[in-house]
Design a protein around this ligand. Structure first.
Ligand SMILES: NC(=O)c1ccc[n+]([C@@H]2O[C@H](COP(=O)([O-])OP(=O)(O)OC[C@H]3O[C@@H](n4cnc5c(N)ncnc54)[C@H](OP(=O)(O)O)[C@@H]3O)[C@@H](O)[C@H]2O)c1
Length: 264
């Protein structure tokens, strides 16, 4: 059994992760960390009955109690958790999104010492979409305009979503473009005609939408739309826990869900 700890235990994803880690076959929840729910029982907090796991207020205090940490929090605290795991030789699954390029480089550096799975979207379906997108972009080529639209709940902090950015990067790579040069996040007023290279990135925020992503390939006289709709957060949590089970036997390195699912 892989012993899993969850940081940000009281968050929307934290609660799903407690449940998923406890219910999965290869893993068991052994620790939970929260700023706002310390002292409570992790199982009671997640609504799955008492687990006799008292939530800690600091990762430092439970470093000897787990094999793999799962982090779905915010970039800033996450960087501290990654550093603590690196020093303690602990593996980590990172679902947090919104890192800066500098933070991404620090994560890659930490992966020289410990095994890390990082993915902006842990859903199996989205990762299959990533694979399909590469093939679609390569086959359709430059004759199709690409636009990406994502929808999320009104509490989401970062825009566009990490998943939408990853989709844009995959399409840009497949078309030999530099995503940072061709991503267009803003159209307003007399902004001119669309260039053939740009990838439009649009966001919609509202209500309780868990997450929807559509990539449009728009050609002359035809249009292809690849859409993924997330109905609940539980499948992200199941994907993260699957990654934790997979990571248990891995050496230091930077992995993603394509590695976990054997899609590479
Ligand atoms: N990769 C994926 O598949 C995937 C799927 C869904 C969401 N996400 C990402 O996961 C992250 C969390 O999403 P969420 O919807 O669960 O957010 P959330 O409900 O706001 O929960 C985040 C939790 O992180 C902890 N936290 C926040 N700020 C902190 C700070 N400054 N220091 C320490 N802890 C802090 C808090 O937990 P405590 O108070 O308990 O410490 C908070 O409840 C976001 O980046 C989101 O984009 C990724």
């Amino acid at each position: 059994m892989i012993r899993v700890a969850v940081v940000g235990a009281s968050g929307r994803m934290g609660l799903c992760l407690i449940k998923a880690a406890e219910l999965a076959e290869k893993t068991t929840l052994s620790a939970a960390i929260s700023r706002s729910a310390s002292g409570k029982d992790a199982g009671d907090l997640a609504g799955i009955g008492t687990l006799d796991i008292s939530i800690s207020d600091a990762l430092e205090k439970v470093l000897d109690q787990f094999d793999v940490l799962i982090d779905f929090t915010r970039p800033e605290p996450s960087m501290d958790y990654i550093e603590l795991c690196r020093k303690a030789g602990k593996k980590i699954v990172i679902g947090t999104t919104g890192y800066t390029d500098a933070q991404k480089m620090q994560i890659a550096a930490a992966a020289k010492d410990i095994a890390i799975v990082i993915a902006p979207n842990m859903s199996v379906g989205v990762n299959v979409c990533f694979k399909l997108l590469k093939d679609m972009a390569k086959t359709l080529g430059d004759g199709f305009d690409v636009e990406i639209v994502e929808l999320h709940h009104n509490k989401k902090k970062d825009s566009p979503s990490g998943t939408a950015v990853r989709m844009g990067e995959i399409v840009a790579d497949a078309l030999d473009r530099d995503y940072n040069q061709v991503a267009n996040y803003h159209r307003e007023g007399m902004c001119g005609e669309r260039t053939s290279e740009e990838i439009g990135m649009q966001t919609v925020r509202g209500g309780d939408i868990v997450g929807e992503h559509t990539v449009y390939f728009i050609g002359m006289g035809e249009r292809i739309e690849l859409t993924h709709r997330a109905m609940s957060r539980d499948m992200f949590a199941r994907g993260a826990v699957r990654a934790a089970g997979w990571l248990g036997g891995k050496k230091a390195g930077l992995y993603d869900m394509q590695d976990v699912l054997g899609l590479k």
